[in-house]
Design a protein around this ligand. Structure first.
Ligand code: ATP
Ligand code: MG
Length: 189
């Protein structure tokens, strides 16, 4: 086993600059993408930021726990998806819903009305060819300078990773689901 010693040197690079805003991508197969984004929503709210969350897959009739709490704290929360694709009997309809959702989200970013916009599960839209990845990249790179953007979802496209400042891939070590345990209130939603 490797011996680890407490660091005695400050590991932080010197001369760091401040960015007006950041782009964060949370991807990978493991649990923690959306919940990490909602953790940063809390941090933003603590700094009096205006925050918007757009959910691209979940539909409005879900009302997950985090939605209720965030709305009570003043977050603009839009669940604009058509629901899980495996429940769908009209994928063309789902695609149209997703494209409209992206148009709404792109407008939210462009107005500059929000300090933080969370694009929850956005990665699936370009992966499934429902929208062009270049429109997501263009919207993010041409955003007003103070607008922070967080993108979540598995298999983030390379083009999105390329323009992000911080990218984390959640690694699935194990998940309760694999041993037959259903999604848990308070932990999963
Ligand atoms: P969370 O919202 O808990 O942070 P996530 O955003 O990383 O999860 P999603 O792919 O959006 O994960 O899936 C959401 C739901 O699926 C959650 O209930 C989560 O616990 C569950 N989940 C996440 N990763 C896995 C996995 N590897 N296997 C099975 N279920 C998973
Ligand atoms: Mg998620």
């Amino acid at each position: 086993m490797t011996e680890h010693q407490a660091p005695t040197e400050d590991p932080r690079p010197s001369g760091l600059r401040n960015a007006e805003s950041l782009v964060v991508v949370l991807t990978g197969n493991g649990k923690g993408k959306s919940s990490s984004a909602f953790g940063m929503v809390m941090r933003g709210l603590a700094r009096q930021w205006k925050v918007a969350v757009v959910q691209f897959i979940k539909s409005g009739d879900w009302a997950v726990g985090e939605q209720r709490i965030c709305e009570s704290l003043g977050v603009t929360w839009l669940s604009l998806g058509a629901g899980f694709t495996w429940d769908s009997n009209d994928l063309e309809h789902d695609k149209a819903v997703a494209r409209a959702a992206w148009s709404t989200a792109a407008d939210l970013i462009a107005t500059g009305d929000f300090d933080l916009v969370v694009l929850d599960e956005i990665t699936y839209l370009p992966t499934w060819n429902w929208i062009d990845v270049s429109s997501v990249v263009d919207s993010i790179t041409s955003r007003p300078p103070h607008v922070n953007v967080i993108c979540t979802g598995r298999d983030a496209p390379d083009e999105l990773i390329a323009i992000a400042d911080t990218v984390t891939s959640m690694t699935n070590v194990k998940h309760a689901y694999d041993s037959g345990i259903a999604a848990k209130r308070g932990i999963d939603y």
